[in-house]
Ligand binder design. Sequence first.
Ligand SMILES: [Mg+2]
Length: 411
Amino acid sequence: MWSRKRSKTTSSTTDSTTSTTPGTTSSTPTSSTPTNRQQGTSASSGTTTNSTQRPGTSPARSTTTTPATSTAPQPTDTPKPPVDGVDVVLTDLDGVVYRGRNAIPYAVEALTQAASSARVGYITNNASRRPVDVAEHLEQYGLTVDADDVVTSSQAGARLLTTLVPQGATVLVIGGLGLTSIVEEAGFVVTASADDSPAAVIQGFSPDLGWAQLAEASFALADASVPWVATNMDWSIPVERGIAPGNGTLVAAVHQAVGRMPVVAGKPERPIFDAALARFGGERPLFIGDRLDTDIKGANDAGIPSVLVLTGIDQPKQVLAADQRSRPAYVLRDLRGLHEPYPVTIRSEDADGTRRVTVGESTVSMRGHVVRAERVGDDDLDLLRAGATAIWDSGLAIYGLDVDPKLYGGE
Ligand SMILES: [Mg+2]
């Protein structure tokens, strides 16, 4: 499923053999099931339209078309590629550029093409690796990447520290070289002991962390005036042998001991998006990710139009059930779609209240809580896009809907 039925120009795949590195998102506190993600407002109304609109609001009675998000580009009647006019492309790594040891098909070619007309930045919650390490890893897949093209949650965390304690302050670092080196570069004095009376604590993942380091954090945080920064709150990380506890799990251990929570720098929180925008500038950014609850939610909160690519974690069921804050502007099968015209969305409504959404050759109808594939068409991705728009427009909770399984690849 999710292979396109009509023929398209294809490019060769890349199959590199770089090992998986700990520190990327595997799961987060918000699950992505189709039964708990939907929230919104009242159902839409209107006559024949040709537009999409902000998530959860009533569609405008207009003849313009834009992707369905509050951060979408300006309305247009002409299908345009998602990268059209974009000057900064920000992309997640795991599930977008690579998966396990292998590059994801078409990702390297598409990002290389994007780099010819935009700055490309690589955004990672991984705090255990230095930007130069991440850049070298990405170059093994055939990308051209400098350390300065990489924004890590360590960098976002250090940037956050500068707003909390004075320059030159002593900071207790609970983490690996990927964090200590960044905190030092930011002008702080790094310590590993609470006995040095640190002005702040910053915590990020390292495979070498143990009880002794977590205890140091607890001792320092006993002083309620000491700020605590976590690079990210990913509960788990994928490693070669399976799924292992991530930074969020280790932060939770300290939290249980000290009774308070840190401020968080990584996705889906804003600091890492703000750090990227501050670094790369640009008037028209675009964020690419594979997770609705981190990448897309974070980009939406930061006001950056977003692409969900279905090569990683979240799949059609999760797209249909995406909550209002986690809806992407674009849904792509793979990154070739960055450079292909994105189909327009056409809405209409019958006198009896039946609403229809057409994308390409696919039409989805919705009457009350019943959502049906009225015309399957020649591309199941267009059917998903139409179904998502119909459901998102309704403002109804996904668990109360009767959804045609064809919309998410079922029979
Ligand atoms: Mg990812």
